[in-house]
Design a protein around this ligand. Structure first.
Ligand code: DGT
Ligand code: CA
Ligand code: CA
Ligand code: ZN
Length: 578
């Protein structure tokens, strides 16, 4: 039996769905995508589930029917399955690669393969450069695709935090399970919760370094050892990322962790500060001549430099050392402190699950409330709601609220902002809701003046409580639309409109630097998952990480409030909100 991880199984199922989509098969693409998401977020290793309960056990996974269960069994036995091989042979296109390029959907991918033999991004680049692309898709689309390719190039090989944080956490856990390991943590950009990640840096405390390294290089997630030393090893993981592991003795743990957490800019500033005080800071500790003043914990190191502990998320050398010296560090919003999720899509539009299912799952995760915010009619491809269907949805929510104890479902909307800044729903419909989010989903190419005016116009609507994913960027895929963020933030303050931190991994929107501007201006924030599936509801703390990187405190974030307090704020006329 192959010891495949849930991610590996999910990846192949998802790819199979995309291959079906490429062939124009109905229904299957969606079903496979859904099953893949369930497999990836399944609480137990699929291998173990299969060992325990056989093929029947696999069908307990939501969305997995006999067909997909059969594929999984085959995969566990042989590493692949016949259906996948057949599809891949018919259309040997790397869909996972191509889908990273904006404006390349399944139809285009198929046409490009049939007419030009394009199988991956590298082929696509050649086709674009030679002008052949334009002959197939037309000048306009070719231009758009070329822009998508450029954007992909500049965003490089970095991974999105939310896509790799679970993996980093699992490797930490696996390291901790190795006999003799006392501590294992991930340092570097992951510990700082930076929005994209180059590589993993693990710091391990153990007495017998070599024994631990021997175990580490044999982890099932490791495909290649790049450097193998007694205390420092670099490997390549199955997902293509590199991971460094350093093994240290306990009495230098704090200094090593501090050093390898970074950022480099923060470390350089901290070393300069040490030098000014006649001291020397390196990865072995803080030194006065040959005497080591501190090294055991990070707190010890900062304290010996006359500083309070500085949270990793704000170690960027953007004023944190000055704030620390002045005793003015923010008390960052704690993880787990957001009580309710205010952007959730359901099967009323493009979400995968019912309102009830999303509520149940949110409750399981410890949330006290959610807002249901399905799309509106202008977003026709999602089946966006009109005023009448929104009212019907409201009646379903009323009925559910009667059943639920200690949990509240708020009525909301992700209402489209039309090109001129008007809202896609009439005022009466908006007024009937508890929480109105407004989003841009069209006309991305307006000039900065027009786009800024459009968003500000939306904020002037007395019923719009929040602007969702304010910049519209998709990391590695689509740049933000042109927007004068300072003007938007000032208008948010003036109109009593909140701005969202959308925690969905490839959105992360607002981003850290905007959050910091918002906090300075006293603009209220909301942290949401933008969940389209129950498994997305767990993203909330990724949004908290962005808030922390933007120096936000609990008071800056509206949905850290209990539901009663939140509703009081929402019912206050916008210009009187504090
Ligand atoms: P990444 O991997 O690109 O997402 O970003 P980091 O911050 O994880 O960078 P990485 O893996 O190259 O190094 C981990 C940490 O080690 C980094 O945040 C700070 C420390 N470090 C690495 N190189 C230097 C250096 O040349 N000078 C100083 N002061 N620190 C360094
Ligand atoms: Ca790193
Ligand atoms: Ca590294
Ligand atoms: Zn949506």
């Amino acid at each position: 039996m192959k010891r495949l991880t849930n991610e590996e199984i999910a990846e192949k199922i998802a790819e199979t769905g995309q291959l079906y989509e490429l062939q124009g098969v109905q229904f299957k693409p969606r079903a496979y995508a859904r099953a893949a998401e369930q497999i990836e977020s399944f609480g137990q290793a699929i291998v173990d589930l299969y060992k325990e309960k056989g093929e029947k056990g696999l069908r307990e996974i939501p969305g997995v029917g006999p067909g997909i269960a059969g594929h999984i069994v085959e995969m566990l036995k042989t590493g692949t399955f016949a259906e996948y091989k057949k599809l891949k042979k018919a259309i040997p296109v790397d869909v996972r690669d191509l889908e990273r390029v904006e404006h390349v959907g399944p139809k285009t991918a198929l046409a490009l393969y049939k007419k030009l033999g394009v199988k991956n991004v590298a082929d696509l680049r050649k086709a674009a450069a030679s002008g052949k692309l334009a002959k197939i898709v037309g000048e306009t689309t070719a231009e758009k695709i070329s822009k998508g390719l450029d954007f992909l190039k500049t965003s490089g090989n970095r991974e999105i935090l939310g896509h790799v944080l679970p993996l980093a956490t699992r490797i930490e856990e696996d390291l901790r399970a190795v006999p003799g390991v006392k501590h294992a943590v991930v340092a570097g950009s992951v510990r700082r919760r930076q929005e994209t990640i180059g590589d993993f840096d693990f710091i391990v405390v153990a007495d017998d370094a070599e024994a631990v390294m021997e175990r580490f290089v044999k982890f099932s997630r490791v495909v290649q050892t790049i450097e193998h030393g007694p205390t420092m090893t670099i490997v390549r993981l199955k997902n293509g990322m590199h991971a460094d592991v350093r093994i240290v003795e306990g009495d230098a743990y704090g200094a090593v962790l501090q050093h390898f957490t970074g950022s480099k800019e923060h470390n350089i500033a901290l070393r300069t500060l040490a030098v000014k005080r006649g001291l020397k800071l390196n990865e072995y500790g803080l030194w006065k001549g040959k005497k080591r003043l501190a090294a055991r914990t990070e707190e010890d190191v900062y304290k010996a430099l006359g500083l309070p502990y500085i949270d990793p998320e704000i170690r960027t050398n953007e004023g944190e050392l000055e704030a620390a010296k002045a005793g003015k560090l923010p008390k960052l919003i704690p993880y787990g402190s957001v009580r309710g999720d205010l952007q959730i899509q359901t099967s009323w539009t493009d979400g995968a699950a019912s309102i009830e299912k999303m509520a149940e799952e949110a409750k399981k995760l410890g949330r006290a409330y959610i807002a249901i915010t399905d799309h509106t009619k202008a977003l026709a491809m999602t089946g966006g709601l009109d005023e009448k269907r929104l009212a019907a949805q409201g009646r379903e929510i009323d009925a559910l609220n009667k059943k639920l104890k200690g949990f509240t479902i708020l009525k909301g909307s992700e209402c489209d902002i039309l090109k001129d800044g008007r809202m896609d729903l009439d005022d009466a419909a908006l007024a009937s809701l508890d929480f109105v989010g407004a989003s841009i989903h069209s006309h991305f190419k307006l000039s900065s003046e027009e786009q800024t005016a459009r968003v500000i116009q939306a904020m002037k609507n007395p019923y719009v409580d929040c602007i969702f994913h304010p910049t519209g960027r998709l990391i590695g895929k689509r740049p933000p639309y042109e927007l004068d963020m300072l003007a938007v933030l000032k208008a948010a303050k003036a109109t009593g409109t909140a701005l969202e931190i959308d925690a969905f991994p490839n959105r992360s929107d607002l981003r850290d630097e905007h959050v910091r501007m918002a906090v300075k201006l006293g603009v209220k924030l909301v942290i949401d998952t933008d969940a389209h599936h129950p498994s997305h509801l767990g993203y909330l703390d990724l949004g908290v990480a962005i808030a922390r990187r933007g120096w936000a405190e609990k008071k800056d974030v509206l949905n850290t409030r209990p539901v009663g307090e939140l509703l009081r704020w929402l019912k206050t006329p916008k210009t009187k909100r504090r």
